[in-house]
Structures are given as structure tokens and as C-alpha cells.
Design a protein around this ligand. Structure first.
Ligand code: SF4
Length: 370
């Protein structure tokens, strides 16, 4: 299909075709957590659920991951998440086992009394490459209200500074909802007074505890994404989005209008992350070993206890369809940005029960629609 600016005619290449291996594996080591955040995807509980992967089963998964790189592909990066991964007594053993296999590890700890200064320096020591921390508001009152535990706001900023002291890069994650968006400039100001590598804006999908909160409407989301693009240009830390893939359209459309070619854009730093979305470059393993395209797209394609993760990622029908934008429906299916963006498959599923439908958060009318 021909497209006005030629993007849609570009075939996927190694930049954004993740047929053979994901770039990131999100691994929910446990759903145990001392917090009970209103929007928690994992519906975390104080104690580990029966049936969580044992240490031996987890190490078998690490061996399995090596199968992604048998033909010279880069090994995926592992993000150990939860729940609170610090609740796993074997965390150091698992990180060491991953590093021994050449698999890089980042950690997404919860901000609870377990996250001490000593623990942050320990993380660096055991070989964790980066961590993520959540900061959902610019004030303690608002943030602690979402996280349901007083003191979490102050503890998060303390952990951010301690990570900088330990030389541990941090991604700060901020939830974006209809109610919280107006606070984003104030959050950006708070962050500008600290050291971080990256700020990730997670555009709420109404699943899990998140159903108590409301998503932005598409017009408002567009406005805040444009604001985020401006912040990205003006601050020292990089700004990215989670489950708002059309940020890539907003970032690249001005370049295309200015006459920059698709080839030039693809060769530039902007193309980092192009195409990555639920099931394409991303895969998720639950605490019980269930495998889904992402943590926000809860359709299980199998379990690592009985099937290879490599097999589940590469060959299950759902995963294959999520990697083929030509199978997408509605606007996303004909959009000239679909290879670079492709929309949130998780939000499409949450709203329509069909993960191949259009992303309802994106208001864009493709040039070829109809
Ligand atoms: S219509 Fe779909 S593919 Fe196109 S920019 Fe919007 S979300 Fe992305």
C-alpha cells in the first residue's frame, strides 16, 4: 500500500523487527509487595502467591533465554519487577546467574522500608545495571494517596538521590491519568532538581486496580504528548512513554514535514525504540511463569514451566500477529506510522477485547484511511 510520506511502504528491518528475540523481558519475580497502589497491574499482595517460580525454575528460564541468541542475535535485557522483587530472598542469586549468562538486569523495586540506602548500594554491587522508581505526583499528599502509604513520596526522592550516589542509573515512572495530567509540569520541576537517566510517562490502561482511575481522552493525550516532546528537548534526562506509542508519530511528524527522509530518521537516534510494543520487542513472564505479550496485555500464550519462552515468543499465533502491523485493524491498520508506532495493543484489547484493533488513545486520521 502506498502512503503519502512513504513510511508505510518501508518494510520492517532489524531496527524494529523483533521476530527472533525481544529487546526486553519483563519478569514479575513475585507479586508480593508492601504497597497496594491504586493502579497496580500485578494486583500485588503482602505475601508471595503459591506456585511462584522456584529458584531452580527461574534459573532454568535464564538458560532458556540464551536460546534467543543462538544465531547471533543480541540477548534480551531483563527487567525484574513485581510486586516488589526485593521480596525474593534469592534475588542476588538470580541476578548473578543472569549476569553469568551475559544477560543484563534492571530492577523495579517498590519504595518500602526494604529499599534502604544499604540495599541500593547492594544492588549496584550484585550487578544490577539500572533501577526504576515510581513518582506519580509533585506532592506527598497526592503521591502517597495513590500509593496508599504515607511517606512514600519523600522515600522515593531519597532513593533517587541515593541511587545517584551509588552510580545506579534511574528511570522514573509516572502514571498519567485524566486526574493527574495537570500535575505533570510540577512533577517535571521536581525531577529537574534530581539526577535521573530517563522519565517514562505511563499512560494509564484501565486494567487491574487501574480501573478505579480514568484514562485521558485522545485530544488531551495528544496535548500532553506534545508537551512531553518539548520537555524531552529541553531537559537533561530523556522522556519516553509507556503504552502511548504514538509519541513516535508526534516526535517524527515535524521532521517529515520539514523534508527529512524516512531513511534519515531511521538512521538517527530518534529511531531507538521504533516498533517496540506489546509482543514486538517486549514479552512478560508472570510470577507463576505465565507468558503474555506485555504486563498490560494479559492474554497468556503459555507457561515457562512447560514450554520454552523462545518458542512462546517466536511462534504462538497471538505473538506473531502482534508483530505484523498489516494485521492491525481500523486506523492503526492503514496508518503510515504503523511500523514505527503500531499503537498500544494492550489498550486496544482493554477497550475492545481485540488486541489487533486501533489504539483508542490516538486521535490520528491516517492519510490512507477509507
Ligand atoms: S493510528 Fe495507530 S499506528 Fe497510527 S499513529 Fe495512531 S496509534 Fe500509531
Amino acid at each position: 500500500m502506498a502512503h503519502a510520506n512513504g513510511i508505510g511502504s518501508v518494510k520492517p528491518n532489524e531496527l524494529w523487527a523483533y521476530e527472533r528475540a525481544p529487546m526486553i523481558i519483563y519478569w514479575e519475580l513475585t507479586n508480593a509487595c508492601g504497597l497496594a497502589c491504586r493502579h497496580c497491574r500485578a494486583t500485588a499482595l503482602p505475601d508471595a502467591a503459591p506456585g511462584e517460580l522456584s529458584t531452580a525454575e527461574a534459573i532454568a528460564v535464564l538458560d532458556d533465554i540464551l536460546g534467543f541468541a543462538t544465531d547471533g542475535e543480541a540477548l534480551p535485557h531483563l527487567v525484574m519487577t513485581g510486586g516488589d522483587p526485593l521480596k525474593r530472598a534469592d534475588l542476588a542469586e538470580l541476578v548473578a546467574a543472569a549476569n553469568d549468562r551475559g544477560i543484563g538486569v534492571s530492577l523495579a523495586p517498590a519504595v518500602t522500608p526494604l529499599l534502604t540506602r544499604e540495599k541500593i548500594f547492594w544492588m549496584k554491587e550484585i550487578g544490577i545495571q539500572a533501577i526504576s522508581l515510581s513518582l506519580d505526583a509533585s506532592t506527598a499528599e497526592y503521591h502517597d494517596g495513590i500509593r496508599m502509604v504515607p511517606g512514600t513520596f519523600d522515600a522515593t526522592l531519597t532513593a533517587l538521590d541515593q541511587a545517584a550516589e551509588a552510580g545506579l542509573p534511574v528511570q522514573v515512572n509516572t502514571l498519567v491519568t485524566a486526574k493527574t495530567a495537570e500535575d505533570l509540569p510540577a512533577v517535571a520541576k521536581v525531577l529537574s532538581e534530581h539526577t535521573l537517566m530517563q522519565w517514562s510517562l505511563f499512560f494509564l490502561i484501565s486494567i487491574g486496580r487501574g480501573t478505579e482511575l480514568t484514562e485521558l481522552d485522545p485530544g488531551e493525550a495528544e496535548k500532553w504528548l506534545m508537551w512531553a516532546a518539548k520537555v524531552n528537548r529541553e531537559t537533561e534526562f530523556r522522556v519516553k512513554t509507556t503504552e502511548a506509542m504514538h509519541f513516535r508519530r508526534l516526535m517524527t511528524a515535524p521532521m517529515l514535514r520539514a523534508g527529512k527522509t524516512t531513511a534519515a530518521i531511521e538512521a538517527g537516534p530518534m529511531s531507538r525504540g521504533f516498533g517496540i510494543r506489546d509482543g514486538n520487542g517486549i514479552v512478560f513472564i508472570s510470577n507463576l511463569g505465565n507468558v503474555c505479550p506485555s504486563g498490560f496485555l494479559p492474554i497468556e500464550v503459555g507457561n515457562v514451566k512447560d514450554t520454552s519462552l523462545v518458542e512462546l515468543y517466536r511462534n504462538t499465533e497471538l505473538m506473531r500477529s502482534l508483530r505484523d502491523p498489516d494485521q492491525f485493524k481500523g486506523r492503526c491498520g492503514v496508518c503510515e506510522f504503523r511500523q514505527w508506532c503500531g499503537g498500544s495493543r494492550a489498550r486496544a484489547y482493554a477497550w475492545t477485547s481485540d488486541p489487533l484493533e486501533s489504539d483508542p488513545l490516538c486521535p490520528y486520521q491516517p492519510k490512507t484511511e477509507g
